[in-house]
Design a protein around this ligand. Structure first.
Ligand SMILES: [Zn+2]
Length: 153
């Protein structure tokens, strides 16, 4: 099982490759490079949320901050939904649901929709950040189980 540093390094290599391709084609990014690196790094640690890990510590810290912000903004139903989603890792096996790309993609869309509710003017940025989160998660799953695990839905 690769350690979290290995996942972060692998993510950095893929991130640099993707950014290089986007720069080559002069793609105009709505987000900063640092923001995208943070999102892809979070994505590269996220699948291990189902086991005691650095990814779990970071993910739950962010989830807790998000729920507090939503409660302060009086968005109780969204906060409750995030709370329920946050309990899912307690009921699944390691390298099960959270290492399935369909679930990670659905989770990215769910979080993006929640963030779009809170910050509707940042739509392009939120979508691009979600894509980089997903790229980071793909690097994690590929490093854990190879291409066979990436292609299993
Ligand atoms: Zn993993």
């Amino acid at each position: 099982m690769p350690r979290y540093q290995t996942h972060l390094w692998c993510n950095m290599i893929v991130y640099a490759l993707v950014i290089s391709i986007l720069m080559y084609y002069r793609f105009k990014l709505p987000s900063t490079y640092g923001e995208l690196l943070v999102c892809s790094s979070l994505g590269s640690l996220f699948p291990d949320i189902d086991v005691k890990s650095k990814g779990q510590q970071i993910s739950y810290s962010i989830l807790c901050a998000l729920v507090v912000c939503l409660i302060c903004g009086r968005r109780f139903i969204v906060a409750a939904g995030l709370g329920v989603v946050g309990m899912i890792p307690l009921f699944v096996d390691h390298r099960g649901l959270f290492h399935r790309l369909w679930f990670i993609a659905a989770f990215s869309v769910f979080v993006a929709l929640v963030l779009l509710q809170c910050m509707p003017s940042c739509g392009e940025r939120i979508i691009m950040n979600s894509v980089f989160f997903l790229i980071g998660a793909i690097t994690h799953v590929a490093l854990d189980g190879g291409w066979r695990m990436v292609t299993r839905w």
